[in-house]
Design a protein. Structure first.
Length: 272
C-alpha cells in the first residue's frame, strides 16, 4: 500500500514533523510505503532524505521559491504567503498524485491511518473534521461570519484528506485571492476560513474524536460521550491527536494529559 503525505513547514518545525512521521511509522503496517511531500518557501536546511529512508519513506521537497502564482496575492504581516500553500498544494504536487493526506506538524498519530486514507472521497474535495460537538455557538458564529450556511460545520484544516484530482479542477488561486480582498476584516484564521467559506459544502465530515482529537478538550469529549471517550478509549480508537493552541507538547512546561505520550515519540526522534 502506498500513502502520500503532505506537510508545509519551515526550519523551525523540522523536529516536530519528524515526530509526526515517526509516530505514523510506529502505527502503520510495515508493508505501507509513504511518500512525504513537504511544501517549503526555501529549501530546508535539514536534509530529510536519510531520516525518511530510515522510516521506509521517500522525501520529496516542494520548494515554492519566488513563484509568480502569488504575484497578485493579498500579502501582509497578517496574511503571509505561506497561508496559501496547503490550499494551492495541487499546483506543486506531481500530476501523478491523485490523493494526499495533509497534516499539521503538531499532530501525533497513535493508531493506523490507513482506514482514513482509503476512505472514498471521490464526490468531495476534502475529508476533514469539524469540532462542532465541542461548541455549537462557534459553529453558528462562523456560518454568519463566512456566509457558508449550508456547510455542516466549521472544519479544522490541520488534518485534510485531499482529492487532488478534483481539487485541480475546482480550486483556483483567483477565487481565493478575491475572497480575501472582499473579506479581509472578517477572517480570523485565514487559510482555515478560506477552506470553509469557499469549499465547506464539498468537504466530507469525519468524526473529530477519531481523526482530529483536540487534546485541549478532553474533559468535553468525556462529557458529551457520557464518559465513553476516556483515556483508554482514545488510545484504542483515535488516530490523530492534535495539539492545537499556543501551548505545545515539545515545550518543557507543557503539562497536558498527553504530554508523556508525545514526549515518548519526541525524544526517540531526537536520538536518531
Amino acid at each position: 500500500m502506498k500513502v502520500n503525505l503532505l506537510f508545509s513547514i519551515d526550519d523551525y518545525f523540522v523536529d516536530q514533523m519528524k515526530t509526526t512521521l515517526f509516530s505514523i511509522r510506529e502505527n502503520i503496517s510495515e508493508a505501507t510505503f509513504c511518500t512525504v511531500y513537504v511544501l517549503q518557501k526555501e529549501l530546508l536546511s535539514d536534509d530529510l532524505h536519510a531520516f525518511c529512508r530510515y522510516l521506509n519513506m521517500q522525501y520529496v521537497p516542494l520548494v515554492i521559491g519566488e513563484d509568480d502564482l502569488f504575484e497578485h496575492a493579498p500579502v501582509s504581516s497578517r496574511y503571509p504567503e505561506t497561508i496559501y500553500y496547503r490550499l494551492m498544494a495541487h499546483k506543486y504536487l506531481p500530476k501523478t498524485v491523485g490523493k494526499v493526506l495533509y497534516l499539521d506538524a503538531d499532530i501525533l498519530c497513535i493508531n493506523d491511518l490507513l482506514p482514513f486514507y482509503q476512505m472514498d472521497i471521490s464526490d468531495y474535495l476534502y475529508a476533514a473534521a469539524s469540532h462542532k460537538q465541542l461548541t455549537q455557538v462557534t459553529k453558528r458564529i462562523n456560518q454568519v461570519r463566512l456566509k457558508n450556511y449550508e456547510a455542516a460545520g466549521y472544519y479544522n484544516s490541520g488534518v485534510l484528506l485531499m482529492n487532488v484530482t478534483r481539487i485541480r479542477q475546482e480550486v483556483h488561486a483567483e477565487d481565493i485571492f478575491a475572497f480575501i480582498r472582499s473579506n479581509q476584516f472578517n477572517l480570523l484564521l485565514p487559510d482555515q476560513d478560506i477552506l470553509n467559506a469557499l469549499y465547506g459544502e464539498k468537504i466530507l465530515a469525519v468524526p473529530d474524536q477519531i481523526y482530529n482529537y483536540d487534546v485541549r478538550k478532553n474533559p468535553t469529549y468525556e462529557t458529551i460521550s457520557m464518559g465513553e471517550w476516556d483515556l483508554n478509549w482514545v488510545m484504542q480508537h483515535s488516530v490523530f491527536l492534535h495539539f492545537c493552541g499556543k501551548e505545545k507538547p515539545w515545550e518543557l512546561k507543557y503539562r497536558g494529559r498527553y504530554a508523556a505520550l508525545y514526549k515518548h515519540y519526541w525524544y526517540q526522534v531526537r536520538r536518531k
